[in-house]
Design a protein around this ligand. Sequence first.
Ligand SMILES: O=P(O)(O)O[C@H]1O[C@H](CO)[C@@H](O)[C@H]1O
Ligand SMILES: O=c1cc[nH]c(=O)[nH]1
Length: 290
Amino acid sequence: MEKIKSSELIINPDGSVFHLHLRPEHLADTVILVGDPGRVELVASFFDEVECTISNREFVTTTGTYKGKRFSVLSTGIGTDNIDIVVNELDALVNIDLETRTPKAEHKSLDLVRIGTSGALQGNIPVDSFLLSNKSIGFDGMLNFYAERDNVSDLDFEQSFKDFVKWDAKLASPYVVPASKSLINKLDGDDMIQGVTISANGFYGPQGRVLRLQTLDPDLNDKIEEFDFKGEKITNYEMESSAIFGLSAMLGHNAAAVCAIIANRITKDASKDYKPTVKSLIQVVLDRLS
Ligand SMILES: O=P(O)(O)O[C@H]1O[C@H](CO)[C@@H](O)[C@H]1O
Ligand SMILES: O=c1cc[nH]c(=O)[nH]1
């Protein structure tokens, strides 16, 4: 089998992957992904034992055990461009032999679960609630660079959404990818609201926030609130889940995302203090995965 060239898969002198600085032995099969590097320590504070903490740039990873199960928690930083790095390097750690630089014959599936923060797009979703994503819509266009993109996407949903909101041709074409059904079943509970999430490629204009700059389509959030695809409603904005779901589906990993709702864009409400909500969500997720 042909070797993956060193320019394509950069490996550091210590044998770790380029950005994450992890070697295969550092990674658990269940990985919690958080945006904020500071949240890694919070997740790890629940662990019974910590094996290692490794950091480079915004990518901080701690591996340990919770109730006897091995977990890694890794910060992605903000945005789907970082997710392209994180998911490809996590996959390389388990599915490419880094010594021979060739894909392994047997593929391993990781469970990747994002614990994030998010803004609600329906008036009946309270701040400080938990939102479990059934699907994610990528406004970022990152997945469109991959040949397998259509095979993992809900193309009917995409077309219906683009038609309904009159999607402008200047914007990247949105992609819609479902989360892993088995992880949704594990994570679901009476405390979870399920819905369709949008990953925006920005916090301000791309999520319809106007400070001093007007947006291309000032009605976009109203149309998103109204849109319905076979009974499914769009519920919230964040910035990473679409790429996590899309790359995981293409590479054969299981992915899910649960967010603490810290703002409601319809009622204009914001959480007074979202950190205790994130802490409770972490406990719930670790318990349901362990
Ligand atoms: O709290 P995290 O996980 O970073 O998630 C959300 O918060 C950031 C924006 O404030 C984006 O990363 C968005 O997805
Ligand atoms: O409104 C919000 C809140 C958190 N994160 C986002 O991306 N948007």
